[in-house]
Design a protein around this ligand. Structure first.
Ligand code: ADP
Ligand code: ADP
Length: 228
């Protein structure tokens, strides 16, 4: 169960900044929902995502995940996984070890780690690639490893920062469909940053439309009005 509540969240990167990177964000992401943060470059999507992850502090307000303020939890106790635009795989580790990394960190029993690596590799069709190093993979394969690593954790919260933006159009469509299935299976509350309206509309239960650091609209795809 992982509901995410933003309560009057504002962020300034430096006290000297005259404007906020995000301002007065208040909304709730229900447990198990897939929510996209949508808006043009610079509107504050990544800032919001990084604050939910605890990678950036909030300047005002608070973010409550599963009943606890993010800043009160030690980083390794946060029940979340992050998928980055540039995949952020460990270059010296094999695909299998990349997928297992977070599980080993959490001292999960070996047999359970093996089961989860196998399951994640099957879901993302990586079985034949488990011994390879990231540099011997294509971009699409690297992205699938990053997704496998995230879902192997079965986290309460999955965070995505433009995970498809480095893929070509065909691969993007395929991976998008895959993401939708993964979410339906795994059920982690998912927050997905994108500037692509169509992507947000097709993937999301709800969309948070942002503009200049503020929340402009929040609702289901059919509630949202998007300018053509
Ligand atoms: P988006 O993800 O929608 O492109 P960001 O959250 O990256 O937007 O940026 C929101 C605002 O915060 C922008 O004005 C950006 O320049 C500023 N910003 C983002 N990251 C930093 C940072 N690390 N230091 C200072 N300012 C930042
Ligand atoms: P490249 O970028 O070198 O074309 P890909 O990663 O696109 O390599 O594809 C490598 C193999 O994985 C191909 O056989 C392709 O059919 C398969 N593949 C690629 N993407 C997916 C995906 N999202 N789901 C399932 N199979 C995929």
């Amino acid at each position: 169960m992982a509901e995410i509540r933003l309560e009057g969240v504002s962020k300034k990167y430096s006290p000297k900044d005259s404007t906020y990177a995000v301002e007065h964000l208040t909304y709730t992401i229900p447990d198990g929902d897939f929510v996209s943060l949508l808006g043009p470059s610079g509107c504050g999507k990544s800032t919001t995502l990084n604050m939910i992850a605890g990678l950036e502090s909030v300047t005002d307000g608070s973010i409550i995940v599963d009943g606890s303020a993010v800043e009160d939890l030690e980083p390794h106790k946060r029940d979340l996984a992050f998928v980055f635009q540039d995949y952020a795989l460990y270059p010296h580790l094999s695909v299998a070890d990349n997928i297992a990394f977070g599980l080993k960190m959490r001292r999960m029993p070996k047999a359970e780690i093996r089961r989860r690596v196998k399951d994640a590799a099957e879901r993302l069709e990586l079985e034949g690639l488990l011994r390879r190093k990231p540099k011997a993979l294509s971009g699409g394969q690297r992205q699938r490893v990053a997704l496998a690593r995230a879902i192997a954790r079965r986290p309460g919260v999955l965070l995505f920062d433009e995970p498809l933006s480095n893929l070509d159009a065909l691969l993007r469509d395929r991976t998008r469909a895959e993401l939708k299935m993964l979410h339906a299976d795994i059920g982690s509350t998912s927050v997905y940053v994108t500037h692509d309206q169509e992507e947000a509309m097709s993937l999301s239960d709800r969309i948070a439309v942002m503009s200049k650091g503020r929340l402009e609209q929040y609702g289901t795809p059919s509630d949202i009005y998007l300018r053509p």
